[in-house]
Design a protein around this ligand. Structure first.
Ligand SMILES: *Cc1c(COP(=O)(O)O)cnc(C)c1O
Length: 486
């Protein structure tokens, strides 16, 4: 085992110390504490020097894979590079240090950002008003559904307890609907990956509160029948909800509002800058058409006589987060939009769609393309074309790690047995994408010539293939538990 593969407990050396404190002047002071609050045995901490600690954590950080270390083709999640200027602006003291309870008059600039951000998002999406309170995409979904619920309730339309979700939807959609107290009706997809409109017609009734959909859908395909789908739902008295976590494909080309959607959320931490993953702060603003504006959570920012003010909408669903969401994430998205400018925003859509189609077309001789169609920002293969080798999608994903790539999303969507979902995003250049294609072709070749090599991957990572079921069922989270389940 290499020095830097050791756990911090294994580096521990009795008596090693990382600090020195002056003599304790208070050692003769005693405090009576309830015995239930006192520790019975000594604290089991590793004993290491400052340099050992530093090296340990620096080495650990080098084991991380991120979009700043390599290509990250993670479909349905838009893992893209976000320019550093966004971080820089978000670090301005005037943004970073404002107190959430500051008087409005002292934070006019920050309120202006919310206000202008709302205008920019409205312009891009064709919806009329936004709230920035939600902390994440799924949180936004819940808020959007609460608005949907409130809308029906205030019209005394209490029968509407069901939400329609296509089988290809992102998992958070049915989960959010369930959390909001709705029953879920699933509609299947056709062989071409689009919503089965005939099946949709059959589930419509006056019990339907609305439908959750994303377009392009989670297969990366544009729902060509979207106008008819929206009309069907509206005619049945329901509302249309749009999952706009990943908006890359449409920016500057198509507006969500024009497709008939009434409510949507956007993940600022996917499409609009802010790196995501690792549990960092997120922001899932929710947009609505004008007729739902009064239901937005409180507070919203308005402009009165050239002053920015907080307001509570008249039929607000209430507060859904402390204060006003993750402000600095909004600052990053604001910077991102301004630095791209109106002229360049279309390039996000252009290159994300071009890159995805380029990979798809380059690899479809080696990988099975179940729906051979123009894709948007992502697409799905159904494993290797040559099924006789026994090499599965999981093996391909693991082998990619050996070549220094992050694995794409696998086994999602559930529509195919061996799904590999690839989203290159717009930030990757042709050289990077060509290298990735070369490696994917190489893995396909290895699968035929030396299938065991691929099945045994990864070979070059610090930890080889783990037993995922065991890791989930019997996680070893403590040093003391190492070996417990062996
Ligand atoms: C990521 C994602 C979500 C959920 O967003 P979170 O911020 O992770 O809660 C919802 N829908 C789609 C399509 C997504 O890609």
């Amino acid at each position: 085992m290499k020095y830097y593969d050791k756990l911090i407990f294994e580096l521990s050396n009795e008596g090693s110390i990382g600090y020195s404190l002056p003599k304790d002047d208070f050692s003769d002071i005693s405090v009576d504490l309830d015995s239930s609050l006192l520790r019975n045995d000594t604290l089991d901490l590793p004993q290491v020097s400052e340099l050992t600690v530093l090296r340990h954590y620096t080495n650990l950080s080098h084991k991380n894979f991120g979009v700043e270390t390599g290509f990250y083709p993670l479909g349905s999640c838009t893992m893209k590079y976000n320019p550093k200027i966004n971080e820089y602006v978000a670090s301005f003291r005037g943004f970073r240090r404002i107190h959430p309870l500051s008087d409005e008059s002292l934070v006019q600039g920050s309120l202006q950002i919310y206000y202008e951000m709302e205008q920019m998002l409205s312009e891009l999406t064709g919806l009329d008003a936004f709230t920035f309170s939600p902390f994440a995409g799924a949180h936004g979904e819940l808020v959007g559904l609460m608005i949907m619920k409130q809308y029906h309730l205030l019209r005394n339309d209490t029968k509407r307890t069901k939400v329609i979700v296509p089988t290809s939807a992102h998992g958070t959609n049915p989960a959010s609907a369930a959390v909001c107290g709705f029953d879920i009706i699933e509609v299947p997809s056709l062989d071409n990956g689009r919503v089965d409109v005939k099946a949709l017609k059959e589930v419509l009734s006056d019990e339907v509160a609305g439908m959750m959909l994303t377009n392009p859908n989670t297969l990366g395909l544009f729902e060509n029948e979207i106008e008819e789908i929206s009309k069907l739902i509206h005619d049945a008295g329901g509302l249309m909800y749009y999952d706009g976590a990943n908006l890359n494909a449409l920016l500057g080309y198509a507006k969500i509002g024009n497709m008939g959607f009434d409510i949507m959320h956007i993940n600022l931490h996917k499409t609009f800058s802010t790196p995501h993953g690792g549990g960092g702060p997120g922001s899932g603003p929710v947009g609505v058409k004008a007729f739902l504006k009064d239901y937005l959570p409180a507070p919203i920012v308005d402009k009165v006589n050239d002053k920015y003010v907080f307001k509570t909408p008249s039929h607000s669903i209430g507060r859904i987060s402390g204060f006003y969401g993750n402000f600095l994430v909004v600052v990053k998205a604001y910077t991102y939009l301004l630095s791209l400018g109106k002229e360049n925003i279309k390039n996000v859509a252009y290159y994300s769609v071009l890159n995805a189609n380029y990979i798809k077309e380059s690899l479809k001789d080696e990988y099975e393309l179940p729906i051979d169609d123009v894709c948007m920002h992502e697409f799905v293969f159904d494993g290797l074309k040559d099924k006789s080798t026994g090499v599965k999608t999981l093996d391909v994903a693991k082998r990619l790690l050996d070549y220094g790539y992050h694995a794409p999303t696998i086994y999602f969507p559930l529509l195919f047995e061996q799904s590999i979902m690839i989203e290159p995003t717009e930030v990757e250049n042709k050289e990077t994408i060509d290298d990735f294609i070369k490696v994917m072709k190489q893995i396909a070749k290895e699968a035929i010539e030396d299938p065991e090599l691929v099945k045994g991957a990864p070979h070059h990572t610090p930890i080889r293939r783990i037993d995922e079921v065991k890791a989930a069922k019997k996680p070893v989270l403590k040093f003391k538990d190492i070996g417990k389940y062996d």
